[in-house]
Design a binder for this molecule. Sequence first.
Ligand code: NAD
Ligand code: WQD
Length: 338
Amino acid sequence: MSVLVTGGAGYIGSHTCVELLNSGIDVVIVDNFCNCKKSSIDRIKALTNKAFTYYECDIRDYDGMDEIFKKESIDSVIHFAGLKAVGESVYKPLEYFDNNINGTLVLLDVMRNNGCKKIVFSSSATVYGMNNISPLTEDMKVGGVTNPYGRTKLMIEEIMQDLYVSDKEWSICLLRYFNPIGAHKSGTMGEDPNGIPNNLMPYITQVAIGKLDHLGVYGDDYDTHDGTGVRDYIHVVDLALGHVKAVEKVASGTGLNIYNLGTGKGYSVLDVVKAFEKASGVKIKYEILDRRPGDIATCYSDPSKALKELGWKAERDIEEMCEDSWRWQSQNPNGYPD
Ligand code: NAD
Ligand code: WQD
């Protein structure tokens, strides 16, 4: 089986390529490198010792993508490519809609015209919006999303649902990720955000390494066990293994299926700080700030559908997530080389 991985040089994509290759699945990576370094490709090669092809191409480039499909024999696609910064999407909505929505439309068109109708898509727990009560299940009403980034995920889910209604030959998995953290056990692959991190774990690791002075905790007056926000953190390798199962699922027939990929457990910001301190032996200085607009108190998954239908379950706990995040950050204080 040969899988085209859009955004395969990014954080989740690179870890997924390693697990695909280790499972004996052939990989073709397409990335325009707008939010990653090319050296992540070398790390995938070094970790797997397997040959694979990569193309520098924007998924919005119809001719470029068409050429890749004509040259390679692609059975299915895992579609990670997209812009993902929630805050940035608020002041650059057109760029987000163009990249994420238009990019997906071009990709789906090229796939259809080349007879490839199997796709796994990176959606997000953000589609559940502000109003559902955790644990979140796939059958809950989606919507009420608070930012353009989240709206792109919701719209793409709807586009793929309409596509499946129009043509039942498609086989589609929409994967709703919760909060991916952690890194490959080797310490050679991990999350490498540009500039000041938006997300909790890379912020914590950069405080630990001394790049940032202290963590700002966004609110301690939520209705949670310690007042700070609760999330479902999932190890990126567990997430990657979920994609191997999902790609096997889309290969096995037709249909449209939606799965939560989370652990089903919620940890507060201060729980994560404590777990990280224990794993790293480094004290994390923090200050309580006001709530961040758009945040909710609690968000965690019910992951039982993925267990029942994909045979997938997250195995790595919060301690391992923290240990692996720290190994990556401490061995690569400046992230990937250029
Ligand atoms: P990432 O930025 O590390 O990876 C995305 C990759 O896509 C990057 O390598 C980037 O260069 C590439 N890319 C972006 N636009 C492109 C385009 N037009 N053409 C070709 N390549 C393009 O992000 P990630 O954390 O690995 O996320 C992967 C996917 O998962 C994204 O779609 C993201 O929205 C989704 N997601 C991420 C999270 C998270 O917290 N990391 C949570 C839920 C969903
Ligand atoms: C986690 C918790 C913050 C940073 C985002 C996207 C979501 C998905 C995953 C893509 C919250 C708190 C954070 C900091 C803090 N991405 N926090 N100080 O907001 O749950 O989800 O990433 O699809 O769509 O919205 O993740 O890591 O930003 O925050 O106190 O400096 O940590 O308030 O409670 P979030 P996060």
